[in-house]
Design a protein around this ligand. Sequence first.
Ligand SMILES: NC(=O)C1=CN([C@@H]2O[C@H](COP(=O)(O)OP(=O)(O)OC[C@H]3O[C@@H](n4cnc5c(N)ncnc54)[C@H](O)[C@@H]3O)[C@@H](O)[C@H]2O)C=CC1
Ligand SMILES: NCC(=O)COP(=O)(O)O
Length: 339
Amino acid sequence: MPDIDERRPIAVTMGDPAGVGPEVAARAWAARREYGLPPFVAIGDIAAIEAVWDGPAVRVGAMEEVVRAFDTALPVWHLEDSGPLTPGSPTPAGATCALHALETGIGLTRNGASDALVTGSVSKHALHGIGYTHPGQTEFIAERCGVTATNAVMMLAGPALRVVPLTVHIPLSEVPERLTADLIAAKARIVARGLSRDFGIAAPRLAIAGLNPHAGESGQLGDEEIRIIAPAVAQLAGEGIAIDGPLAADALFAPGIRDQYHAILCCYHDQALAPFKALHFHDGVNLTLGLPIIRTSPDHGTAFDIAGTGKADPGPTIAAIAMAAQMATARERSSAPAK
Ligand SMILES: NC(=O)C1=CN([C@@H]2O[C@H](COP(=O)(O)OP(=O)(O)OC[C@H]3O[C@@H](n4cnc5c(N)ncnc54)[C@H](O)[C@@H]3O)[C@@H](O)[C@H]2O)C=CC1
Ligand SMILES: NCC(=O)COP(=O)(O)O
């Protein structure tokens, strides 16, 4: 097993240059020793860092330079000028730079120059304004990796809870029709495998929340639990995957219940992310299972309202970099031939 010095640096995209991405990347570097972070490189416009941070930053063009520079300065893989920059005010040039950073980070990680990809927060609205058609970064990364959007599974992970939204960036009104037994089974298999491969959990235990209040109250408050979720659970149990449910979502996140599971599958975005952020707003990580590469991200958005004010907490970015490194080690261990 290579030690940390032999590892390849982690590729950290800055996200939208007008958001908090540049400053939380810089402040994660400043905290590198305190948190034992491995070498990483910030990808984007170096001017976006210089606009909000007065620490040392150095341009690099190769991963060997990242390793050499990391101890004394934040290595920056500088891309194009993202135009006149006002923190908090996104522009099309900034969105273009964020997309270029994402492409660059994916490329560096896919070709093995980097051990893992950590993506900074982008404005989906600003990206859509320049013609981006994917719902989020997850689907874009999946496409670049040759994985279908269904097979790229979003997980939010923190010390006390892991959740998986089975449907993600869609209107709530579309959830019942998009939630199928096949979708649940496909994603649950990827989650079980991901927990083993990337988190070193030998026998993962999953739970799935019901869609309706009281998990449908035996069909009186909705029948998706009976028609869709229970058959998927039976199928998965038959395959040897340990999964309980559908369970009433209101109690599932309580201490003593949530702790029984390595991950909780949720029917829609806010069913998963609202309890998660209540617990892990300052150390939550968004990651993608089912990819050939490791990808994590701080679990917050661009926070334009506080960009450039120094208020942004780098905790989620620090956690995302640390988790990416741990996942790289676990994946390597799981793929090493048995001795
Ligand atoms: N991973 C990603 O790329 C994500 C991107 N987004 C995008 O971000 C944009 C803004 O979304 P919002 O819903 O407003 O969520 P947001 O996370 O940007 O902001 C919500 C609230 O949390 C605060 N906040 C966020 N990050 C913080 C940090 N590190 N430290 C302290 N406070 C922080 C903000 O100031 C704001 O009050 C949208 O375009 C959305 O699509 C949202 C979530 C994730
Ligand atoms: N709410 C989570 C989120 O928006 C992250 O999406 P993605 O850009 O990582 O796909």
